[in-house]
Design a protein around this ligand. Structure first.
Ligand code: FAD
Length: 292
């Protein structure tokens, strides 16, 4: 099924994000996690698209195997980074050939690194919107896009960012998934800004339980994600105790997910970092009342 159809069913969507592994050991961890997640019967699982080289082939390979060897619905990510239009067409063809109808259309981060200006491939695409149009032009695919409750770092304002989201929807995006964030109100404000522009596609909040303080600080620096004191204070209070950090991270993610669902979010997209234990715990913690 397409994610568009799954979201239209009226049931809350629960999905889990993985990345393509680089070593045989990491491959084993990934598949153990995917099998554990499969037992939760999620709405879909997604596989990120790497910055280059072998991990890109890995994305296609893992997504194909999910499509063929599991009961899960896969979503393949795709970025414009360092790809000509022809290459993008052939990746889309490879997804289609392995039975993948769901794609997440992304521009990708600047190939030179997070603080460098974005540079498109000379024969490539400049914005995610163009990739949405390209995928749409090639067949009956279901296309998702990225959204940013804390604003994309290159966007001049939250308003401009919402206009981009609305333009992605007009170009044919069926739904959006957000960058991870910690403020439920920031998510609701994004949805309201988009709605005021006539954009009413479902926006799935991206949630990652913090299991490591340094890692989350690094991610905040890279993505422009806000790290509120209410979150860092709770984590720092237990920073000498790794199990305490993990438990607190799971608690914070559970509370945030419950607020989002209670406020009308269409589901939760969990970022797993290929280890399923923390996200499965958050999923189990969610009260049945907000899940159904
Ligand atoms: P765009 O929509 O192109 O936006 C990029 C910037 O340009 C924004 O500031 C936007 O406001 C601006 N903009 C867009 N269109 C226009 C326009 N027409 N005119 C003027 N300005 C414009 N990265 C990966 O490498 N691999 C992944 O698998 C991956 N998965 C992701 C999944 C999710 C759910 C999210 C939220 C992000 C993911 N990313 C991934 C990161 C993403 O590629 C980066 O955040 C990237 O910098 C922006 O991508 P985008 O698709 O939003 O780009």
């Amino acid at each position: 099924p397409t994610i568009r159809e799954l979201l239209a069913s009226g049931q809350r969507s629960f999905s889990f994000e993985f990345f393509p592994p680089k070593t045989p050991e990491a491959e084993e961890v990934l598949w153990r996690s995917i099998r554990e997640i499969e037992q939760l019967r999620p709405t879909f699982v997604s596989i990120t698209y790497g910055a280059g080289g072998s991990t890109r082939d890995g994305t296609i390979r893992v997504t194909e195997r999910v499509a063929q060897d599991t009961s899960l619905t896969p979503l393949g990510h795709l970025t414009c980074v360092a790809h000509s239009r022809d290459e993008l067409r052939s990746v889309i063809g490879a997804y289609a050939g392995s039975g993948v109808r769901n794609m997440l259309a992304l521009r990708g981060d600047p190939p030179g690194g997070p603080n460098q200006p974005w540079v498109a491939h000379p024969d490539g695409l400049n914005h995610a919107i163009e990739l949405v149009e390209l995928i749409r032009s090639l067949g009956d695919f279901c296309v998702g896009v990225a959204a940013f409750p804390d604003k994309h770092p290159e966007a001049v304002s939250l308003e401009a960012d919402a206009r981009v989201l609305a333009a992605k929807a007009r170009a044919g995006a069926d739904y959006a998934i957000t960058q991870m964030f910690f403020g439920a109100d920031d998510y609701f404000r994004l949805v309201d800004r988009a709605a005021a522009l006539g954009c009413d596609i479902p926006v799935l909040p991206g949630i990652m339980p913090v299991t490591n303080i340094k890692q989350i600080q690094r991610m905040a620096e890279l993505t422009g994600m806000a790290l509120p004191a209410s979150v860092t204070d709770r984590l720092h209070a237990v920073e000498d105790d790794p199990a305490g950090v993990r438990e607190t991270g799971i608690e914070i993610a559970t509370e945030l997910s419950e607020r989002l669902l209670a406020g009308g979010a269409p589901g939760i997209h969990f970022i797993t970092l290929n280890r399923s234990t923390a996200t499965r715990q958050v999923f189990r913690n969610l009260r049945p009342a907000v899940v159904s």
